[in-house]
Design a protein around this ligand. Structure first.
Ligand code: KIV
Ligand code: ZN
Length: 386
């Protein structure tokens, strides 16, 4: 029996906080509709009190997307919670996400209150939000730098006040995977009412550890992952949805399962990148342009013999048509011959040898040898083709 991991997508809230990537309500609906058919469990649609436009976006997604939970962010402040509740009124499955900072850094230099007041405000916010909706998620901002003992007290109080989900954000992307995993395990072992709520992971990527931390949290008892498409988000971004989904899928022996339709991952990534005008780095895991490209001779030869020599994911599984062999000065005869064959050009041994020499000269002078370059190189053998 597989453990079901909830996928909480925050592309439209934390992701949209990227400078220059703000979305209109029509664009949010466009992406939200695709996220619903991708199979996410929760869409964090926005932060309604932040602007009238975001309020309207949350309202629109609440009215239109009926097969997914719609979540709205609020601080632990009554007017934020009221505003979130109002925006979510039409939702089939509304969730309010409320909370405050719990680390010494946040408590003493940002909120400037006592730790006792943090617990009081957590209780007040969660119980107030429960007047409006049945599903309330509490976040302990900067949980990554919060002492485990204090975090356990806050989480226990939030659950007692009615939180259905407790979010443990590594807001600053500071934690090491073992440390973050231990934090989750500490909550599982020390919060008396933890079985009444789902533990959620929310990791930022400042040290490039967001994905590793999210997986470590799941292994230690978290049952919801907060993430964004392409890992977009504040600063270095959030956990990338496509990465955690494919890790759990590829390591199925771990016995975790998500509801994501993986073949929609690549089109989803493309849509977010185009709508938000934010390019995906070519070497990005799962959805980058080079994720299924092979360019060195040794790898190309291996892939031509059997794809699994160098591919752990079938590109079809994530919605990419096929892997590609890129011809460069590092390519060997096998790759050249393979590509020529795909172009219906079949050369004898000597012709191939001669073409390979010309190919290397050309490849040393240009970065990538394209199909039209190949056609040019073999033009004198046109008659022997096929
Ligand atoms: O990173 C964070 O702590 C957040 C919270 C508001 C959930 O985004
Ligand atoms: Zn965040």
């Amino acid at each position: 029996m597989q453990n079901r991991i909830q996928i909480f997508d925050t592309t439209l809230r934390d992701g949209e906080q990227v400078p220059g990537c703000g979305l209109s309500k029509k664009e949010k609906l466009h992406i939200g509709t695709a996220l619903q058919s991708l199979g996410v469990d929760v869409i964090e649609a926005g932060f309604p009190v932040s602007s009238p436009g975001d309020f309207e976006s949350v309202k629109l997604l609440s009215a239109e997307l009926r097969d997914v939970s719609i979540c709205a962010l609020s601080r632990a402040v009554k007017k934020d919670i009221e505003c979130a509740a109002e925006a979510l009124k039409g939702a089939a499955k509304p969730r309010i996400h409320t909370g405050l900072g719990t680390s010494d850094q946040h408590v003493f230099t940002k909120l400037k209150i006592s730790k006792k007041q943090v617990i009081e405000r957590a209780i007040e916010a969660v119980s107030y939000a429960r007047n409006f909706v049945d599903d309330v998620e509490f976040y302990a901002e900067d949980a990554g730098r919060t002492s485990n003992e204090f975090l356990a007290q806050v989480v226990e109080a939030a659950i007692k006040a009615g939180a259905t989900v407790v979010n443990i954000p590594d807001t600053t992307g500071y934690c090491l995977p073992q440390e973050y995993g231990k934090k989750i395990k500490f909550l599982v072992d020390n919060v008396s009412n933890i079985d009444k709520a789902i533990i959620s992971t929310h990791c930022h990527n400042d040290l490039g550890l967001a994905t590793a931390n999210s997986i470590e949290a799941v292994i230690n008892g978290a049952r919801q992952i907060e993430c964004t498409i392409n890992g977009i988000g504040e600063r270095a971004g959030n956990t990338a949805l496509e990465e955690v989904v494919m890790i759990l899928r590829k390591h199925h022996w771990l016995n975790y399962d998500t509801g994501i339709k993986s073949e929609k991952l690549f089109p989803m990534s493309k849509m977010v990148s185009e709508t938000m005008n934010m390019a995906v780095q070519p070497n990005k895991a799962i959805v980058g342009a080079n994720a299924f490209s092979h360019s060195s001779g040794i790898h190309q030869d291996g892939v031509i013999k059997n794809k699994e020599n160098y591919e752990i994911i079938d590109p079809y599984e994530v919605g990419v048509n096929k892997s590609s062999i890129i011809l460069t000065a590092r390519s060997g005869r096998a790759a050249l011959n393979f590509r020529l064959g795909e172009l219906d050009i079949f050369l004898g041994k000597e012709e191939l040898e001669d073409t390979y020499k010309k190919f290397l000269e050309l490849a040393d002078s240009i970065k990538v040898v394209e199909d039209n370059d190949l056609q040019y190189l073999v033009k004198e053998y046109a008659t022997v083709s096929k």
